[in-house]
Design a protein around this ligand. Structure first.
Ligand code: GDP
Ligand code: MG
Length: 178
């Protein structure tokens, strides 16, 4: 017997960090150079066959051009069971915003067992990080432990680096609570 799950997963972080590009990589296996500031919220479905007995349907929620750091509407977070929080390694301000996003998330949604929603931190645009925040990355282990992230990955939507690993990590952590 296969067990099927449907999980609502949020993709959050500042404007332009690559949220939509990461989702497109996951869902359509493509990368588009064009910048798209869409309006409202987009939903995407990603099906992950975790193992022979477990199929996971991820409903990915993409904030489309309405990023209001630290102040998203509660309805956006409702019933989410996991999140990807993305920053851009070439822009320090997007990393500085990470804790605001995490605080907003934790204040507006929690799991039915009262725990915070498992969140994976993505250091995106790693293909460009030579001049960016790369030297800070070794410190992310401690940062994640201190701030309640279940893990972090250096990702590139452009080069398709670590996107699958990140989602796998998130799914594993969601399933622990399911
Ligand atoms: P969003 O506002 O967070 O949804 O960001 P987008 O996905 O729209 O991406 C913003 C810009 O960054 C676009 O021009 C993308 O092509 C670019 N971008 C996204 N991910 C990457 C990446 O991993 N590497 C590079 N070099 N550019 C990226
Ligand atoms: Mg977007």
């Amino acid at each position: 017997m296969q067990k099927e799950h449907l999980f609502k997963v949020l993709v959050i972080g500042d404007l332009g960090v690559g949220k939509t590009s990461i989702i497109q990589r996951l869902v359509q296996r493509v990368f588009s150079q064009h910048y798209r500031a869409t309006v409202g919220v987009d939903f995407w479905l990603k099906v992950v066959e975790r193992d022979q007995r477990t199929v996971v349907r991820l409903q990915l929620w993409d904030i489309a051009g309405q990023e209001r750091c630290g102040n998203m509407m509660r309805v956006y977070y409702r019933d989410a069971v996991g999140a990807l929080l993305v920053f851009d390694v070439t822009r320090a301000s997007t990393f500085e915003a990470v804790l605001k996003w995490k605080g907003d998330l934790d204040s507006k949604v929690m799991l039915s067992n009262g725990r915070s929603v498992p969140t994976v931190l993505l250091a995106n645009k790693a293909d460009q990080s030579l001049h960016g925040l790369r030297c800070q990355l070794p410190r992310l282990d401690a940062f994640c432990r201190d701030n309640g992230f279940v893990g972090w990955f250096e990702t590139s939507a452009k080069e398709d680096t670590n996107i699958d690993a990140a989602i796998q990590c998130l799914v594993d952590n969601i399933l622990v609570n399911a």
